[in-house]
Design a protein around this ligand. Sequence first.
Ligand SMILES: NC(=O)c1ccc[n+]([C@@H]2O[C@H](COP(=O)([O-])OP(=O)(O)OC[C@H]3O[C@@H](n4cnc5c(N)ncnc54)[C@H](OP(=O)(O)O)[C@@H]3O)[C@@H](O)[C@H]2O)c1
Length: 531
Amino acid sequence: MRLLTAAQMRELDQRTIEAMGIPGIVLMENAGRTTYQILRQEFPELDDPVVVLAGRGNNGGDGFVVARYLANAGREVIVLLLAERDQVQGDARINLDILEQLSVLVYEITSEEELREQVPLLQSAGLLIDALLGTGLASEVRGLYRLAIDILNAMLAPVLAIDIPSGLSADTGQPQGAAVVADVTVTYGWPKLGQILPPGRDLVGRLWQVDISIPPSLAEISGVTLADPAQLRLALPHRRRDSHKGNFGHLLVVAGSVGKTGAATLTGEGALRVGAGLVTVGIPASLNAILEMKLTEAMTMPLAEAEGVAALGRRALEEIAAAVPGKTALAVGPGLGTHHETVTLVRELVRRSTLPLVVDADGLNALAHDVESVFASQAPIVLTPHPGEMSRILKCSTKEVQDNRLYVALEVAEKTGAVVVLKGAQSIVADPNGRAMINTTGNPALAQGGSGDVLTGMIGGFLAQKVDPFQAACLAVYLHGLTADVLAASHGTCGILAGELLLELPEVINAFALGNLPKTEEQPCYRLVIS
Ligand SMILES: NC(=O)c1ccc[n+]([C@@H]2O[C@H](COP(=O)([O-])OP(=O)(O)OC[C@H]3O[C@@H](n4cnc5c(N)ncnc54)[C@H](OP(=O)(O)O)[C@@H]3O)[C@@H](O)[C@H]2O)c1
């Protein structure tokens, strides 16, 4: 499902009106009618009165249409218009005038005092409809609207928001000074980014997407999508009946240092669990015996160490180069440590690689001050930073990263030419061409050491099977989260080990491949089916 910005949505409205010849008043009618349908579905036991708080723009216009359908159905509906009637123009004005013909009560509210006088009415309402501000919100909420939002949020009655809760940025998901907390939001055409990105997702309540006659092909204007299992399934490597291990690639993992052999193990096993044909784990030589014991199905490769420490040294570069023939992808970073020789090794490896590679953890820390090496590389690269690693790459605070997750991921993807996986709740996968996927799976069970190593292995495993890097990252992120959701459904979100993800993965992948998705998550967005 595509997600749009406010500007993109405006452009689609315009194109539909001007190029397709569908009048704006028809779009407004469709918006109001479908909202009324959802209102009846969501609130079958509705108590009167219903109060519509309307602004003077088209969002208010949609609210007038809903008020008309309610009045025609015999409901007691009252409109509080936060403007003078004459300030309402165009299609919204037409619908306001129709309400007058129907003798629907419309109170013009132009001062804080007048608004406060309506609090008893709002307290008596069975449902409040927020039609104050939609995608036309341009800055921090001003004036009367600000007070109206605060009053709405203090009411006990449920709130249905028209298009987007007033005050919520459609682009970032951040409240613009204040924002309505809705129980249900009906959004037109396509969901807006700010309804999916945190904290917006918690303000929209149950989100409904309705068709208002904007042609679906127009949504291709946006490269940002919600994870779509049906699309992702197409990227899963096909396992033919007559296949053998040579058909599924050979991943070379470069990982581990003293105390971190677990990271190397989980990465190697993550790759095997997504079907990589062969996996070799390169590790500092003195740790090789440990890996030989821990790993049964993957091979190990002892590599040269830095002087006097169980961490990879510069000399390992040539050993790795010699091992590359026959390999189909590289995974670099888990548990490598930050010894200066290891850092140099990682940078050189990334510069010289011709194989697709995924870089994680200490691999990313090695690149943080040398992002150019990513750009300089000829190889397709996937970077998998968590917010802390991303903040080191961008030299900004973690909060800045978290407040702008989508845009930060897109920026780093463009800067480095790599696919970027920004991990965390709702992981984001972005590519240098402005494409991005917002993930819908995963839960706090993943907030534990080792889960990132499994993900790196999974991405590496798909890269080794020649899955396109963006698809490999999307697929791995989705399945990794889905596996955690399946485990959380029976075990909760506390104490699930990364190794348990590995055990559960084959069954989850099998169900996913067959289209039998386990029912684990609340849908981020519902769609009204018009039959
Ligand atoms: N063709 C259609 O009929 C159609 C199609 C799809 C969707 N829609 C609906 O129309 C909405 C967009 O309509 P719109 O472009 O007219 O915008 P709007 O969301 O209705 O908002 C426009 C109004 O908000 C005020 N405003 C903007 N920023 C503000 C702020 N920071 N503080 C206080 N007030 C602020 C503006 O005041 P000023 O005028 O003073 O700047 C203007 O009156 C959508 O969200 C959707 O609900 C309509």
